[in-house]
Write a protein that binds this ligand. Structure first.
Ligand SMILES: [Zn+2]
Length: 144
């Protein structure tokens, strides 16, 4: 059993890891086939927030805005992605979202990780992506 040092995902097969799983997902995203292609921004943002090492606060803030607006405010993901591409310098507050919280301590296991998305099966992917995103927000927004 090997565990990811960032998101806590566990892999029975030590040759598997989060980067490798994400590469497989990106290949589906970039094929532009549904249901993956149109959800690329969400998948990327979720993975990045669960694996924040080496990313800048500005990059993380954009991911945070994307997840918060889609899963908490119910925004349309495609319209949001288009307006975020057009206005890349806005802060979370300007997007109507709380500021980026401190990065959660590494190694705390997220309730849902990319390992739980298995083979990104088309039928269950939209639902699994939502669970993955919401588990990410839950870790980034601890009850206060
Ligand atoms: Zn991981």
């Amino acid at each position: 059993m090997s565990a990811c040092a960032q998101c806590g995902a566990e892999y029975a097969d030590p040759s598997q890891n989060c980067e490798e799983r994400f590469d497989a997902l990106l290949a589906l995203d970039h094929s532009r086939v549904q249901p993956w292609g149109s959800r690329h921004g969400l998948a990327f943002s979720t993975f990045a927030l669960q694996h924040p090492e080496g990313r800048t606060p500005a990059q993380l803030a954009a991911c945070w805005v994307m997840l918060y607006r889609v899963w908490i405010k119910g925004d349309n993901r495609a319209k949001l992605a288009a307006s975020m591409r057009a206005q890349q310098s806005l802060t979370p507050e300007e997007w109507g979202v709380p500021g980026l919280p401190p990065v959660p301590a590494a190694g705390k296991k997220y309730a849902v990780t990319i390992a739980d998305l298995g083979g990104f099966n088309a039928e269950s992917y939209p639902e699994k992506l939502e669970e993955w995103g919401k588990a990410t927000l839950a870790m980034w927004t601890p009850a206060r």
